[in-house]
Design a protein around this ligand. Sequence first.
Ligand SMILES: Nc1ncnc2c1ncn2[C@@H]1O[C@H](COP(=O)(O)OP(=O)(O)OP(=O)(O)O)[C@@H](O)[C@H]1O
Length: 346
Amino acid sequence: MDLHIRQLSKRYRDVAALDAVDLDIASGELVALLGPSGSGKTTLLRVIAGLLHADRGQVLFGETDATRLSLRERNVGFVFQHYALFRHMTVAENIAFGLRSRPRARRPDKATIARRVEELLGLIQLAELGERYPDQLSGGQRQRVALARALAIDPTVLLLDEPFGALDAKVRVDLRRWLRRLHEQTGQTTLFVTHDQEEALELADRVVVLREGRIEQVGTPDEIYSAPVSEYVFDFIGRASTLDGRVEQGRFLAGDTSFGVPVDLPDGPARLYARPHDLSLAPGHDGWPARVLAAHRLADRITLELDLPGQSRTLEFDVAATPDVETPAVGRTIAVKPLRYRVYSR
Ligand SMILES: Nc1ncnc2c1ncn2[C@@H]1O[C@H](COP(=O)(O)OP(=O)(O)OP(=O)(O)O)[C@@H](O)[C@H]1O
């Protein structure tokens, strides 16, 4: 089902947890809500679920205004970070719970419920474990059961609040790939809260970047990564090397070097942003002179810390650590230039 959020606002005393948020989610989309702690992700999810009332605005499920629908009528699937499965129920009973507790008129018969549970156990690749109890499962398996339980009721939307947040890094990566495949199979409209940009970029069809209760940018992972609309998004999405300078007549100037500015920026103070791996050595005179302060090796790359005249911050420059690359020695002066970059007015 498609989902529409219109001018949603929610205040807690002097904090605007949500500030006039508008968002349209197409049926079958997997959308990540991304932002630092306190940016409003959980508040937005809880308002959609009906667990929390907004001060203003609307949530529409398709054409239906959900604002006046009860929790049960919304029929959303919800998975939390610490989702407590019922400990005294088996995995199969946990998955069946939402269907078994429906009012008699809407409750499927026993055989139908059993078939649905079998089907979901297969989908979460735990077909053999239906008779186990939650404390006989790993953390990752438990979250898969929580997902099956949320899916059992054929929810209008699936809302996931940092579902893998409590798991270790390796399991998280496996589970998010698994969730992506699961989503391709079910086509279930899904909203996924995370503060992990890698998780959002790898998993989602579209990413919504939140900042203090407002949407800063909405786009595909590619758009968010390659064309961040602001310094905030650039910084949040990955590592950033920055240079202070000025824009003058379509060029960014810093020291004796200048670069073309791709968009029509007004003249004035500005900051150039580049990913450390988007810098390169610049033979000749078309780069910035930079002194190597330190070199750190990490797996397949070497990160150089560079000092540039007139800049208050050091610049990080990633060099691929291949056998033919000669690492510039600490203390040497090299010339660097950005291959890809964004410039923001200040
Ligand atoms: N019950 C509450 N009472 C007062 N303030 C609250 C309450 N719930 C949330 N807030 C405030 O609203 C803002 C948004 O909180 P929210 O939990 O939605 O952020 P979040 O992006 O989900 O953060 P996190 O990643 O830490 O969960 C924060 O400033 C938070 O302190």
